[in-house]
Every structure is written in C-alpha cells, then in structure tokens.
Design a protein around this ligand. Structure first.
Ligand code: 13P
Length: 251
C-alpha cells in the first residue's frame, strides 16, 4: 500500500517570523492528526530555519526547484547537493509556475529530475494541463508528453524513485478544484501510462493532486483510489488548514 504524502508548497511566501510561527503550529499538531508522510517545500532562503526547527520532528522538508548543475558559475541557481546539505528530503520539479514564467521545457524538467536524484533528493514531478488544453480535449496528450519526457530521459526505474503531482493549471490558486472524478480520471491515466513501462513502478509511485486543495475538499479527493495525497499551496500557509488537510490523508 502506498503511504499518502501531503506536501506544502509555500511558493514565494513568508518571512522568518511567519515561518517560525507556522512550523511551531505544525509541530505541535502533527502527531495527533495523521499517519501520512508530511513535508513542507520552502523558499531557499528559509530552508536553514526550517531545518533547525523541524530537525527531530516527523515533518520533512524540501526545496521548490533545483539546478541541473552540481556546482559552478551559475549565478542565482541552487544545486541539489546544497539542498541535501540542509537536510532536504524532497524537491518540487517542473511546477507549472516554473514552466510558464521561467520557460522550463519538458527536457529541462527531465534534467532537473535527474539532478535531484543524483543529489539523493526525492523529486516531486508536477504535470498538468492549462484550461485551454482541457477545453480542447488534450489533457491526456499534455500529461503524457510531460511524463514521457522524464520517462525517456531518466528511465522508468528512476521515475519509481520520485513522486508525481497532477496539478491542473486552471485549479491552481483559483479556488476552482478539479472534481474528485476529474482528478481520479487523470490520476488513473498517469498510472496507466507508467504501467506501460512497468507495472511495479505504476503500483508503487505516489500520485498527488494539487490545485486549490483545502480542508473542505481534501477528504473527498484523497478518497479516490489513485490519489495518494496532495501538493498544497495556499492552504499550506496556515497551520490549522494544513493540519486539517493532513488529517484528511489518514488511511
Ligand atoms: P493552491 O493550493 O494554492 O491552488 O496551489 C497548488 C499548487 O500549485 C501546489 O504546488
């Protein structure tokens, strides 16, 4: 059985003070609410603070992006080994905001997936269609293309070392969640696509849902057979909301 995972993606939010308050709230409540694996993905500059506050707690942490390079003259980049040096367990790869605002191609995303694994991190690979793509009926083609780029560059066994997050772009930060059926359909499609290369990997890989998941809709989404948790934006910024989403992930 796949252990559910709930990961917070703080995006570019927070201050040292708000991070401290949020983490203290999470640490105080987490043992009571969930058997799921729980993580927060913080802006790079706060990762040292996150590490010192979460060390010894059951909550893991990670980054939101990683360089394809290991070290060197790449101004502004952060390397996988640096994230590992600060105790990161996860790193988000290919979030739609990076694909849209930073021009990240499927190929670059695949290279980042490899770079994360090489540094001993668990990549959370984001895939998902825009509203226009959904309305033109090409959701499955888009998700297949995004997945296939990583499968062909890294190999199916490496995909098995990561996590996949289905995040329909039209549901991100909009308050418009995919219905449990819409999400389940795409999650089942993703698992089927993986199964074409390896049934064992398809069975084992966790596929998270992301896009306006909150305490009200989390339980119904996570009750779907192919939804193994969530990647949470807005609702991960308040301890009570995030803990409520984590408790919905209990199996
Ligand atoms: P929201 O939960 O704010 O819609 O963001 C989802 C997301 O992009 C997580 O990576």
């Amino acid at each position: 059985m796949r252990q559910p995972l709930v990961a917070g993606n703080w995006k570019m939010n927070g201050s040292r003070a708000s991070v401290a308050e949020l983490l203290d709230g999470l640490k105080a409540g987490i043992d009571q609410v969930t058997t799921a694996e729980v993580a927060v993905c913080a802006p790079f500059v706060y990762i040292a603070d996150v590490q010192s506050r979460l060390d010894g707690s059951p909550i893991k942490w990670g980054g939101q992006d990683v360089s394809v390079h290991e070290a060197g003259a790449y101004t502004g980049e952060t390397a996988g080994p640096m994230l590992a040096d600060f105790g990161c367990h996860f790193v988000i790869i290919g979030h739609s905001e990076r694909r849209a605002y930073h021009g990240e191609s499927d190929d670059l995303v695949a290279q980042k997936f490899s770079a994360a694994l090489a540094a001993g991190l668990v990549p959370i690979l984001c895939v998902g269609e825009t509203l226009e793509e959904r309305e033109s009926g090409v959701t499955e083609q888009v998700v297949a293309r995004q997945l296939d780029a990583v499968i062909s560059a890294c190999g199916i066994d490496d995909i098995g070392k990561g996590v996949i997050a289905y995040e329909p772009v039209w549901a991100i930060g909009t308050g418009k969640t995919a219905t449990p059926e819409q999400a389940q359909d795409v999650h089942a499609f993703i698992r089927g696509r993986l199964a074409q290369s390896s049934g064992a990997v398809a069975d084992k890989v966790r596929v998270l849902y992301g896009g306006s998941m909150n305490p009200k809709n989390a339980a119904e989404l996570m009750a779907q057979p192919d939804i193994d948790g969530g990647l949470i934006g807005g609702a991960s910024l308040k301890a009570a909301d995030f803990l409520a989403v984590c408790s919905a992930a209990n199996r």
